[in-house]
Structure formats: structure tokens, C-alpha cells
Unconditional design. Structure first.
Length: 95
């Protein structure tokens, strides 16, 4: 399980945020992680070679996805999948 979360999903917990930087294993078309917990919120994450989709299942507070370069911020809403190009994203509490 750790190799899936910290390896392929690229999960890192940093001070005040959670970062995802997924990489698909060889001969794999997509991967998903159900009920990833962060700040008492539950997220489903799915990614393929082109996109990363985050679907909030339950939110304890407002969370925002921040693009890898930090220029774009996308608020998460329960039950609404948010799809971005594959790459590093950071999940942060909304200020």
C-alpha cells in the first residue's frame, strides 16, 4: 500500500498541504485510490497517462487544488469530480 500511495500516487504530506505527483507503472493505463483522507476529508483520486481526477466524497472544510506552477486554484465540491492535466498538484485548505 505504501508503494502505491507514496510511489505511484506521489503522495507527500507537507506543512499545511498535501501534494500528489502521480506516475503510472509500466503497462498500466490508469490507477485509482478510494477514500484518501486529508484534514478529516475523504477524496477519491484517479489518474491515467493524461489526466488526474479528484472527487471529494466528504469535506470537513473547503479544500482547493493548486496547479503545479501555483498559478491556478480550483475549489473542491462534494460529489463533483475535478480533472486536471497529469502533473503535480497541491491540496490546501481554502483561506
Amino acid at each position: 500500500m505504501q508503494s502505491l500511495l507514496y510511489g505511484f500516487l506521489g503522495l507527500r504530506y507537507n506543512e499545511g498541504n498535501m501534494t500528489l505527483d502521480p506516475v503510472l507503472p509500466f503497462n498500466t493505463t490508469s490507477m485509482s485510490v478510494k477514500q484518501l483522507f486529508y484534514l478529516k476529508s475523504k477524496l477519491d483520486v484517479r489518474f491515467n497517462a493524461a489526466t488526474l481526477t479528484v472527487t471529494p466524497i466528504a469535506l470537513n472544510q473547503t479544500l482547493v487544488l493548486v496547479s503545479g506552477d501555483g498559478t491556478n486554484r480550483y475549489p473542491l465540491r462534494v460529489g463533483r469530480p475535478l480533472t486536471l492535466p497529469l502533473g503535480r498538484i497541491t491540496v490546501v485548505p481554502s483561506n
